[in-house]
Design a protein around this ligand. Sequence first.
Ligand SMILES: NC(=O)C1=CN([C@@H]2O[C@H](COP(=O)(O)OP(=O)(O)OC[C@H]3O[C@@H](n4cnc5c(N)ncnc54)[C@H](O)[C@@H]3O)[C@@H](O)[C@H]2O)C=CC1
Ligand SMILES: N[C@@H](CC=O)C(=O)O
Ligand code: NA
Length: 430
Amino acid sequence: MKPIKVAMLGCGTVGTEVARLLTDQAEDFAARIGTPVELTGIAVRRPNKHREVPAELLTTDADSLVESDVDVVVEVIGGIEPVRSLLLKALRAGKSVVTANKALLAEHGPELYAAADASGADIYFEAAVAGAIPLLRPLRESLAGDRITRVMGIVNGTTNYILSAMSATGAGYGETLDEASRLGYAEADPTADVDGFDAASKAAILASLAFHTRVTAGDVHREGISAVTSADIAAARGLGRTVKLLAICERVTDADGVESVAVRVHPAMIPNSHPLASVGGAFNAVFVEADAAGQLMFYGQGAGGAPTASAVLGDLVAVARNIVAGGRGPRESAYADLPVRPMGQASTRYHISLDVADRPGVLSQVAAVFAEHDVSIAVVRQEGRPVDASLVVVTHAASDAALRGTVEKIAGLPVVREVVSVMRVEGEES
Ligand SMILES: NC(=O)C1=CN([C@@H]2O[C@H](COP(=O)(O)OP(=O)(O)OC[C@H]3O[C@@H](n4cnc5c(N)ncnc54)[C@H](O)[C@@H]3O)[C@@H](O)[C@H]2O)C=CC1
Ligand SMILES: N[C@@H](CC=O)C(=O)O
Ligand code: NA
């Protein structure tokens, strides 16, 4: 059979590693696929900056490369345009696509899947969520016979790297973010990481696959880590907890049996005994709960050039095998079409740490606000200091809207001097 011809778009942190491994392991790939894979061109912006790949492969004309005689387009540029147009062009021409681009998939996934369907091409994107960890293929294929109820975990390496350093050494936010960029973990614009956009895109992709429903980035409640302070981290430590940025995708069934999905990304305190608490650096870990399978845990490197290239190349082998066999991979599955619930209706628990006046009756005033909002208290800890007192409250589960209302009212009480830390609590009995 003739070789599978591959065009690559972009040659940065991930693309450089894809090109290197594809060249180094060419013989193995040929044996695994049944025919050689030939990298015919790499689209870049500045060819003179890419000494690590053969100069004759480089071009600045991505459009012509996609239009050339290639079977597969590997996209590792990132962002929406020009990538969306380039990939639509490839798919409409029947060329299969492998992409690591979660931002694009979470915004324009359905348009890309439709183009792939129309021409019979494949679109694979394992690298887009949780880097090297095989997670999307298990959701799309291995668990296709089960009913998934929850997907929860750490899906952004950069923020996990920053939070781990802040917790372990008290390192500053800025210096740790610079280090994460230097190591190739952060997005080209790292606000995508720290403000939770990257994790929200990944959560949308995970929820879409898990619940057979179209969930876009805009459907995901998103809070990043820029508001996490050393006081939050110290408050967590005081209670035997750790702060992590979590992505949580849930199937919710209301009292009338009506199903919906809730998808959120926010920092949360989890107990130090929880398996996610020990996930450090740029590692990711994701729990999947399904009716028949029970609980599954996926763990590994969530960012970085070589780990991400591993997932890209796994997809390339899958797509190439499909071409050789004359078949194709799974299509979009969105038949369930479940509604997406607003965050206010999500059931959450809060940790609230306050500086209050140290005088009788303070605790009862604070407790009255919780009762007024129908929020029940699980733990209260009060410590007197020379002129004021520290009051820590952990709630039982309640609607997020009720908990927000409670915090707002408490902040306005004259006996409350400062709301030191407010954070959701996950990973323990509610
Ligand atoms: N770095 C990581 O750990 C991971 C990255 N990803 C995703 O992989 C993709 C690539 O990420 P990185 O390699 O880290 O980014 P990068 O910024 O290192 O590389 C992107 C490359 O594309 C080039 N480029 C930009 N516009 C272009 C255009 N119009 N035509 C040709 N080339 C163009 C840039 O010059 C740059 O060299 C992104 O979608 C990212 O979200 C996914 C998982 C992990
Ligand atoms: N910037 C991302 C890269 C991988 O998806 C991250 O930090 O997780
Ligand atoms: Na992955």
